[in-house]
Design a protein around this ligand. Structure first.
Ligand code: SIN
Ligand code: MN
Length: 303
């Protein structure tokens, strides 16, 4: 899937592109059906909400679950990002976020690249996020909130928040969020049909199978899910191969260490059988749990 010149202009301006219903219900079915069993596993790769059993995020399913291994090689996701970054990609991070009915907690305001820089020593912002909705996303179940254009600020100041939720995140403080939102249109206004338009925060909403592509410096967040509707979504963080991380401070199930370029499967891979490698199908290797604050040897030599 190639992007049109209009889409490239829109991406440059807003920092994201939304593709409602890009994947059919038939294509998302096998993925959705696989989630409860993955979430039931008592493994480090399932991070549960603070003080709760509900899964906040599951990491690295593409290495041990066939439907997700196929998704991770889907041309509708990989090709537009290769096109935008002009280079082959590897999978930096792969997660299935739960945001479960009644239990899903907030994601504070942040840029993903802030975490990849501060924790993983990813050299530049040449990486991209893709979100695929596995449930319908509406205004009630904690949709993502973006500040359009905020990616133009580059990397902004962030603090390491280890306490608000069960998952540490480099977060952006409220004063800067206020400025960025104001600059983007503030509250916006209501049009004649009662729709809110022109504001500095947007929330793409749509049916299961919708896809969002967003810049690694786009500032985003999401509220808690008080509704009775799950909001399961898959996030691929795709990094240009030459921009691979330089430090293994986090376990490999969170920040991957295999920088092999992704090879796409055919477009019908979610509804047909294709062979895929599942290197962690018998468990996460012990080496994946080893971490270090030291930059990788190659980086040290280069320095
Ligand atoms: C994220 O920013 O990584 C996740 C946000 C969400 O799932 O709402
Ligand atoms: Mn994020």
């Amino acid at each position: 899937m190639k992007l049109t010149p209009e889409q490239r202009t829109q991406f440059d301006r807003d920092g994201y592109l939304f593709f409602p219903g890009l994947f059919t219900p038939q294509e998302t079915q096998n993925l959705n059906d696989a989630v409860p069993e993955l979430y039931s596993r008592r493994e480090d790769f399932n991070v549960r909400e603070k003080g709760k059993d509900a899964v906040r995020t599951n990491f690295a399913a593409h290495l041990y679950s066939k439907p997700f291994a196929k998704l991770a090689r889907h041309p509708r996701m990989i090709e537009p990002v290769e096109d935008l970054l002009g280079e082959q990609l590897y999978m930096h991070q792969f997660k299935i976020n739960g945001k479960m009915a009644f239990e899903g907690d907030v994601w504070q305001w942040h840029q993903d690249y802030g975490t990849w820089l501060n924790d993983d020593m990813m050299p530049t912002e040449r990486a991209m996020n893709i979100a695929i909705f596995l449930d319908d996303v509406n205004e009630h179940n904690g949709p993502l909130m973006f500040i359009p254009g905020s990616h133009k600020k580059g990397v902004v100041d962030a603090k390491h928040d280890l306490t608000t939720t069960s998952y540490p995140l480099w977060t952006v403080d409220n004063d800067l969020i206020r400025q960025l939102v104001q600059r983007g249109g503030g509250k916006g206004r209501y049009d004649a049909d009662g729709h809110s338009v022109g504001g500095g925060i947007v929330s793409p909403k749509g049916p299961a199978g919708s896809m969002i592509l967003f810049h690694s410096c786009l500032v985003h967040a999401s509220g808690s899910n008080l509704s009775p509707f799950n909001r399961v979504a898959v996030y691929l963080s795709l990094c240009a191969v030459s921009n691979h991380i330089r430090r293994h401070k986090r376990p490999e199930y969170i920040a991957h260490r295999d920088f092999t370029p992704i090879t796409c499967l055919p477009d019908d891979c979610l509804v047909k059988d294709y062979p895929v490698d599942l290197p962690w199908k018998d468990g996460v290797p012990a080496t994946a749990m080893q971490t270090s604050m030291e930059p990788m040897a190659a980086m040290k030599k280069a320095a």
